[in-house]
Design a protein around this ligand. Structure first.
Ligand code: XMP
Ligand code: MG
Length: 184
């Protein structure tokens, strides 16, 4: 779906499809350099990270790559992180001794990812790093060490490329700021 298909719901376009694909190729080159010859397990966080995972995994030239998925929930209602994380779907993989890369769509307060990293580390992973396509530096509540970041963006609610509002707009090719009239 294109921006023009939901024009009236969007306040501002932040990233086009080609901005994103260029950045994902850049991130992939950095990840390849760090995990050359290794058996990396990438863990996608459902559902927002589906698009990033699909594009990043296909871009990575790492023959030992494996993919797994988790679903967590940190949100009650609305657009504010509660800090309370629940596992809705757990990994199928055993993490003992594994090199793990968490792939996320966005870091907002950082609460979800700092909890998730600690959780995966506690299962005996050899290393746990994070790749996030988007980060909102002005929304940070906890410091999270993110090895691979795509874009720093303003502290506004964004949709597209996997990110939703009430499950809509995930299928937008790019990322845009949602118009306030949609959620207020
Ligand atoms: P925290 O605050 O724990 O939140 O870093 C991370 C999760 O919150 C969701 N999130 C968003 N989803 N547009 C969205 O569609 C946004 O602007 C946004 N900010 C945070 C997202 O699920 C992320 O994994
Ligand atoms: Mg998410």
């Amino acid at each position: 779906m294109e921006f023009s298909d939901v024009e009236n719901d969007l306040a501002e376009v932040l990233l086009t499809e080609s901005d994103i694909h260029e950045k994902i190729a850049e991130l992939a080159r950095a990840i390849e350099a760090d995990y050359d010859g290794e058996k990396l397990l990438v863990v996608g966080v459902l559902r927002g990270a589906v698009m990033v995972m699909a594009d990043l995994a296909r871009e990575l030239k790492l023959p030992g790559l494996e993919m797994d998925w988790m679903a967590v929930s940190s949100y009650g209602a609305g657009t504010q992180s509660s800090g309370v994380v629940r596992i809705l779907k757990d990994l199928d993989s055993d993490l003992e001794g594994r090199k793990v890369l968490i792939v996320e769509d966005i870091i907002d307060s950082g609460l979800t990812l700092s909890w998730l990293r600690a959780n995966l580390e506690s299962r005996g992973a050899a290393s746990v790093e994070i790749c996030a396509l988007l980060r909102k530096p002005d929304a940070a509540k906890v410091e999270v060490d993110v090895r691979y970041v795509g874009f720093d963006i303003p502290n506004k609610f964004v949709v597209g490329y996997g990110l939703d509002f009430a499950e809509k707009y995930r299928n937008l090719r790019g990322v845009a700021v949602l118009a306030p009239h949609v959620y207020s």
